[in-house]
Design a protein around this ligand. Structure first.
Ligand code: HEC
Length: 209
């Protein structure tokens, strides 16, 4: 074989091998992404492990109960930024129900400034706490419709890494009494209301008619 032909063949083989490696690397990344799920994880003694990445979940609402509108003594005088895990969001927009395993995260931020160039009002201050509502009918009591509530701290970061479920009277009772949809306060989450059982249209995918 002459040298020129040999070099060409070597180049072709090198090209094919590197192409296959790149395709395989791409495939393994795609598989890893597809297999990402959002299931709650627990310690051996039953404490919920703080899920990672909740600030990248789907944002659904931001109620605010400032001290200044509550005689100076609101129980939670902060913005409540509420998120739903992506698997449960997908299920909600298809079925209008919270799937077994649903996690809703509520992260608190202090009221910071009360005036900005846009006007007088309430502006987000610093992070001030983190809570999770989790639905699992096999794990939790029928008395709370299969939901449990967890607080990882009502304070700035760092939040607790793990925490036990709160007693029913401390959390679930109020949700049972007043939440609009399966223990969740959907009446205050316009994004969940718009998407309920409405598929991609309700999620604003592709623009709304
Ligand atoms: C006195 C009533 C009351 C009590 C007690 C209460 N909550 Fe809530 N919770 C609400 C209301 C109202 C909302 C929705 C609006 C908001 O965030 O203020 C809410 C929303 C939430 C959400 C967002 C998802 C949802 O269900 O709407 C989580 C998570 C949550 N609460 C966790 C807790 C935890 C943890 C406790 C106990 C430490 C607790 N709650 C105690 C009234 C209550």
């Amino acid at each position: 074989m002459n040298t020129r032909l040999k070099n060409d063949l070597q180049d072709i083989v090198l090209f094919l091998v590197s192409s296959i490696v790149i395709v395989l690397m791409g495939a393994s990344v795609a598989v890893a992404d597809d297999s990402k799920t959002y299931e709650a994880e627990f310690t051996a003694d039953g404490e919920l492990i703080r899920p990672s990445g909740w600030r990248e979940w789907v944002f659904v609402g931001s109620p605010l109960t400032p001290n200044s509108l509550n005689g100076g003594t609101a129980a939670f005088p902060e913005f409540h930024s509420v998120y739903i895990d992506p698997d449960s969001w997908a299920h909600w927009k298809e079925t209008g129900e919270f799937r077994e395993g649903t996690m809703l995260a509520k992260e608190l931020t202090l009221v910071g400034a009360t005036a900005a160039t846009s006007g007088t009002g309430f502006f987000n201050g610093d992070l001030q706490g983190f809570e999770i509502a989790h639905k699992d009918s096999t794990r939790y009591s029928k008395d709370t419709d299969g939901w449990a509530y967890y607080s990882f701290g009502h304070k700035p970061e760092p939040y607790a890494d793990t925490t036990a479920a709160m007693p029913t009277a401390a959390c679930a009772a109020c949700h049972t009494a007043a939440a609009a949809d399966d223990m969740v306060f959907t009446q205050y989450y316009p994004i969940l209301k718009a998407a309920k059982d409405a598929g991609d249209d309700g999620a604003g995918v592709g623009g709304k008619q």
